[in-house]
Design a protein around this ligand. Sequence first.
Ligand SMILES: NC(=O)c1ccc[n+]([C@@H]2O[C@H](COP(=O)([O-])OP(=O)(O)OC[C@H]3O[C@@H](n4cnc5c(N)ncnc54)[C@H](O)[C@@H]3O)[C@@H](O)[C@H]2O)c1
Length: 265
Amino acid sequence: MKILISGAAGTIGRVVVESLSAAGHEVVGFDLASPPDGVDVPWHLGDCTDPDAVEAVFAAQPLDAVVHLAGHPDELDLPGSLTSHVVTTAALLDAMVTHRVTRFVYASSNHAVGRTPRADLVGVDTRPRPDTFYGVGKVAAEAVMSLYADRHGLDAVACRIGSFLPEPLTRRHLATWLSPADCVRMVVAALETPAPGFAVLYGISANRDAWWDLEPGRTLGYEPQDDAAAYEDQLPRRVEDEIEGAYVGGPFATEQFHRPALDTP
Ligand SMILES: NC(=O)c1ccc[n+]([C@@H]2O[C@H](COP(=O)([O-])OP(=O)(O)OC[C@H]3O[C@@H](n4cnc5c(N)ncnc54)[C@H](O)[C@@H]3O)[C@@H](O)[C@H]2O)c1
């Protein structure tokens, strides 16, 4: 497959670029940043919010799929979050329609439902319940994907990633961890599952203490193999653990993230 990876220079992007390339896919990077040292794939420097820059990337080579990882992975004010997550998604989807590229895989987030109180396993049919403007951006980006799937027949899989880390670091990560190897399994499943239309899965490992339902992902072919519980003994107990366990969004659902929507300096 010839796959455009936006955010290819990022934490997740570097892992996905390397693994998909090693698996024999033709990977093309697209990022505001230059390729990291050691990354040797075709590369476009540019901004996913700029439709002309996106069009130039799509015009440069044929593509089979887009894996959209570009975006600010933290809280911003509302306009910043909508630009980083919704505008980038829409610009890529528009180019996909123009160039007849039909598979889109998106790095959404657990924060799309982060204000859900921690109780039962959270499924994909629960109401969107963002915990931050970051989460609002992810919910809205998923809505744009749904619109384009319905209007244009695209296949668009939103992967609500938990905590992508080499190893879990806190007790919350017992539930939220996504190992690098499982992240690659997730992206491959989202790329290869036949005709998903618009679909949502939770991007976490096969964690014993998972807060999100892995079954929708399994239906799409995502079979995670790692489990944060293997690291349980090395995870410190902290005073923050209880408050971080009240809502599935953890710290993002706490008061420290409250801010005005239009937070101009
Ligand atoms: N890391 C996690 O645990 C996690 C969890 C949930 C969701 N996500 C989502 O996954 C995606 C990647 O996260 P990450 O941790 O690799 O972040 P990162 O900051 O390490 O990488 C993001 C990359 O995107 C690029 N980028 C940002 N805006 C861009 C734009 N407008 N045009 C082109 N490139 C742009 C940056 O230069 C950077 O290289 C983000 O959308 C993030 O919200 C990450």
